[in-house]
Design a protein around this ligand. Structure first.
Ligand code: DLZ
Length: 512
């Protein structure tokens, strides 16, 4: 063997940099399902199943192209259990002259890769991951040139750099950002198209049986598995999104409905993050829909911003701030996650609905993750690191590079505002406005304090005041602190008393 090319479970594309000059005659590709990866987080069953099945299908595709692939299944009796162990076995069996890999997206795995050269006494070439539009170095250069790393300015640079939705030097439609049009609530709609489902083939069926037997105690069930697991099917999902959902995506992208977990969301992050879809191609498809009059600008701009803006920005922040970033905890929050994070068993209808949906689908959309689960966690003072482990485990599209900055930085403000200018904290009024959860809740969102009041209301003020040391100098919270100062002592006491009672019940394991 000339080159041993090592491909990870989130690198499933023929255009991968490690495959650029691959020669089917002389090179060997290694892919492995290993326990170390399947257990470093307590992954949802659907997440493991998606990755393993997509890996197996990609191995088939590579073989069809004539490549030699060594594929090690999880239940192979000789499986060494880790990337390094499997590599050692392959090196011993095939004596390659060189190892080639595309850099891992995750700090922990890249560190492993960097240890291989000395471990195996072989040249190891680690190539840049060209699936991102911006290299890590380019992001660092951008970050060094700025006083504050506001996503919006980064995003504008990315628009200029890619030419997406640009009119010469100006943004299409005269504005960079159409979010102001994108905050409408939604109504249940029986005529809303349904997202495509991809029933398991025999390869997937084998994986589902394996997952149900080895990971019987992990979250969820594989019974309703319907992810695309090949590039061709993922492309069908992308086509369906652009045709059926993109036109209305914008207006309701922040809305939440108990009956409709998916609304007009794309459900493409699963596929983009493991390599089945190319992020830039998807943006081009969306742009084409706008240019041909098939989708309005507010929808297309909002969608494109998620990908060339947020996605690239978050990845940049991850590599800028890791490894220390994962332990950020500005509020010194220590509360363990309540049991209902694994059962959905709580009287708060919004939290119950989002967690139940998460258990069923290994999916929730961004506002559900940010403003329901994330918001609750920050207000209640849950340990951000424990929360990060939870998000990493339960969402099928969650890989550390994207999940960690979103949770630690954006959602929990645990980094003290490195990423966001103010915490995404909100009382029940926000959830009532953006969803229909409150209609069926045993708590009353219009009540501010007391046993029947929506817990978010008192927790909101308790969070702000509890953390006044870290927050009172924040200029975007001036109004908030002024409002608190204007409140009567009785009202302040009612809020803080209700919050402390609620948190006590949470700590005592009582149903809340
Ligand atoms: C998440 C995951 C899981 C569950 N299993 C595997 C595996 O068995 N083999 C593999 O190559 N990758 C797996 N992954 C993805 C990795 O843990 C890791 O998150 C990414 O490769 C980091 O970029």
């Amino acid at each position: 063997v000339r080159n041993l090319i090592f491909i990870l479970g989130d690198q499933l594309t023929l255009s991968l940099s490690s495959l650029e000059d691959a020669d089917p005659e002389q090179d060997l590709i290694l892919m492995c399902e290993v326990m170390q990866e399947a257990t470093y987080a307590h992954h949802h069953k659907l997440k493991i199943a998606l990755i393993f099945s997509a890996m197996r299908h990609f191995a088939i595709e590579l073989r069809e192209k004539g490549f030699q692939v060594r594929y090690v299944a999880l239940d192979d009796p000789d499986n060494a259990g880790s990337f390094t162990g499997e590599l050692a076995r392959t090196v011993a069996a095939t004596s390659p002259k060189r190892i080639i890999a595309t850099e891992a997206c995750e700090w922990r795995v890249l560190e492993m890769m960097e240890s291989w050269q000395s471990a195996f006494g072989l040249p190891v070439e680690i190539r840049a991951d060209t699936r991102f539009l911006l290299s890590k170095q380019a992001f660092q250069t951008w970050a060094q040139s700025r006083r504050s790393l506001t996503m919006e300015y980064f995003y504008r640079d990315m628009r200029r750099r890619t030419g997406l939705l640009m009119n010469g030097r100006d943004p299409e439609g005269g504005r960079w950002n159409f979010d102001a049009d994108n905050r409408k609530p939604a109504k249940p709609d029986l005529f809303r198209p349904t997202h495509p489902r991809f029933p398991p083939d025999t390869v997937t069926a084998d994986v589902l049986a394996l997952v149900e037997s080895i990971f019987a105690h992990n979250m969820g069930s594989t019974a309703r598995f319907s992810f695309a697991v090949t590039r061709a099917d993922a492309q069908k999902a992308a086509d369906a999104f652009v045709r059926d959902f993109l036109p209305d995506f914008g207006e309701t992208q922040d809305a939440m409905l108990k009956e409709e977990p998916f609304l007009n969301h794309s459900l493409l992050s699963f596929y983009i993050n493991i390599g089945l879809l190319d992020p830039f191609e998807i943006c081009r498809m969306a742009e084409r829909a706008y240019l041909e009059g098939r989708a309005p600008l507010n929808s297309v701009e909002g969608f494109i911003r998620q990908i060339i803006g947020w996605r690239e920005y978050i990845r940049g922040i991850y590599w800028l701030k890791m490894p220390g970033y994962k332990k950020s905890n500005i509020f010194n929050a220590k509360r363990p996650l309540p049991d209902f994070f694994w059962t959905g068993d709580t009287d708060m209808a919004c939290v119950a609905s989002v967690i139940t949906q998460t258990i069923t689908h290994a999916y929730a959309h961004h506002i559900q993750r940010l403003m329901v689960v994330g918001n609750f966690s920050m207000l209640a003072g849950l340990d951000p690191y424990a929360l990060h482990k939870w998000y990493l485990a339960v969402y099928a599209d969650a890989f550390e590079w994207v999940e960690l900055p979103n949770v630690i930085g954006m959602s929990q403000f645990a980094d003290g505002g490195f990423m966001s200018s103010k915490p995404y904290a909100a009382s029940g009024a926000y959830i009532a406005r953006m969803s229909n959860y409150c209609d069926s809740c045993r708590y009353d969102v219009s009540k501010k304090s007391g046993k029947d009041a929506c817990p978010f209301n008192a927790l909101y003020w308790d969070f702000i005041i509890r953390n006044a040391n870290s927050l009172s100098k924040n200029r975007r919270l001036t109004q908030t602190f002024a409002a608190w100062d204007r409140m009567s002592p009785e009202k302040k006491q009612a809020y803080r008393g209700s919050a402390s009672l609620f948190l006590q019940r949470l700590d005592d394991g009582e149903r809340v």
